[in-house]
Design a protein around this ligand. Structure first.
Ligand SMILES: Cc1cc2nc3c(=O)[nH]c(=O)nc-3n(C[C@H](O)[C@H](O)[C@H](O)COP(=O)(O)O)c2cc1C
Length: 363
């Protein structure tokens, strides 16, 4: 597949995505909590960090591969779980899963995914990790974890930074709801973006696919604040495979998780979509790395927009990084081709940054 000709950076893809998507959908993907100072802080922390150029290192070949949970991944980055990816493009889920299969990298499958978790595991050729939200009294969440285990998932990612859904004014202004409520306002928005509307309607409006399950009633706005350390303990007992906890920013929490037997933690502020005033995950990365020691697996996401950003996270102590919006911009800008283009750009930027800083490998 050739690259999309007019996309040369993640920002290029974002600009095209903004034109193509209905405003409501673009703002769901692009938006953040409150007045979005947290999103700016995530970027500012990454932008302020520099990489040291090194010279005359005679580098012949560069390898971007890195092991994750003992498996060789062809890239040091994977796909962060995102709800309703097919809103960006009707083929987004499939294209993301194909990338995961091709590069042997983790595909984060959200509780709120637009394709059933079983299908995504198949499409990704076993490279999918299931992301769980705890909600209500937890009964249905445990059922969902059980279902993922039955389906053959080996890795479970428990997201803990949504005890309540963040207030995102851009979503609220458009009346964004899943499933959609189409009033006059949304109707005009869709009518003004006919290419997206026709493509999407031809495939049938995207749904929260995992909710089509007996005894499972997931409401996006349902209370999720009742999880506690005991919940984690129960989940640890139930889940035989690797357990990752996503949404960690506090050193003491990180140490408690390590002591509680989780296999990895993911430093993240949910792309600044939750607590607007949270610290930037990038600032917390070296502190948490120092606290948990050099061997404990740390994953990272939030605010990554380039291959250089990826290298910065790896040099500051992350074992593996995950991308969210950057990939959705690619899907929205030009479907599977746009997604592949963004993936190739990130890979080339990372490769270039490695050579210029004197690195030929990452492990
Ligand atoms: C549209 C969208 C939907 C998301 N849905 C989920 C989700 O269902 N579960 C989850 O754990 N994180 C979710 N996230 C957060 C991402 O996994 C990730 O933490 C975040 O996007 C990283 O920041 P970035 O977008 O700046 O890369 C979502 C993010 C976006 C942009």
């Amino acid at each position: 597949m050739t690259n999309t000709p007019n996309i040369h950076s993640v920002e290029d893809a974002r600009i095209i995505a903004r034109r193509r998507l209905p405003w409501m959908v673009f703002d769901y993907i692009d938006g953040a909590a409150g007045s979005e100072t947290g999103a700016k802080r995530d970027r500012a922390a990454l932008e302020a960090f520099t990489l040291e150029p090194r010279i005359l290192r005679r580098i012949e070949t560069v390898s971007l591969s890195k092991p994750v949970f003992g498996q060789r991944a062809e890239r040091p980055f994977g796909i962060s779980p995102m709800g309703m990816c097919n809103l960006a493009h009707p083929k987004a889920d499939r294209a993301l899963a194909r990338l995961a299969a091709k590069y042997n990298v983790p595909l984060g499958v959200s509780t709120m995914s637009s394709t059933p978790l079983e299908t995504l595991l198949k499409w990704s050729e076993g490279n999918a990790w299931f992301q769980l939200y705890f909600s209500g009294s937890g009964e249905t969440s445990f059922k969902l974890a059980h279902r993922a285990q039955e389906a053959g998932y080996k890795t479970l990612v428990l997201t803990v930074d949504v005890p309540v859904l963040g207030r995102r004014p851009r979503e609220l202004r458009h009346g964004f709801k899943m499933p959609f409520r189409i009033g006059p306002r949304q109707f005009i928005d869709f009518a003004l973006h006919p290419r997206w509307s026709i493509q999407t309607l031809l495939q049938g409006a995207p749904k929260i696919a995992n909710a089509q399950m007996e005894g499972y009633a997931f409401e996006r706005t349902e209370r999720r604040s009742l999880a506690d350390w005991d919940t984690l303990k129960r989940l640890r007992e139930l889940w035989k495979g690797q357990l990752v906890v996503k949404g960690v920013l506090n050193v003491e929490d990180a140490l408690t998780l390590k002591a509680g037997g989780v296999d990895a933690l993911q430093i993240s502020n949910h792309g600044a979509r939750q607590l607007e005033s949270s610290p930037s995950p990038f600032d917390r990365l070296p502190l948490i790395r120092e606290a948990v020691g050099p061997k404990f697996p740390i994953f990272f996401d939030s605010g990554i927009r380039s291959g250089e950003d990826i290298l910065k996270c790896l040099t500051q102590g992350a074992d593996f990084v995950f991308l969210g919006r950057a990939l959705s911009y690619g899907s929205a800008a030009d479907g599977p081709r746009g997604l592949n283009t963004v993936w190739n750009i990130l890979s080339e930027e990372l490769r270039g940054a490695m050579v210029m800083t004197g690195l030929s490998r990452l492990d």
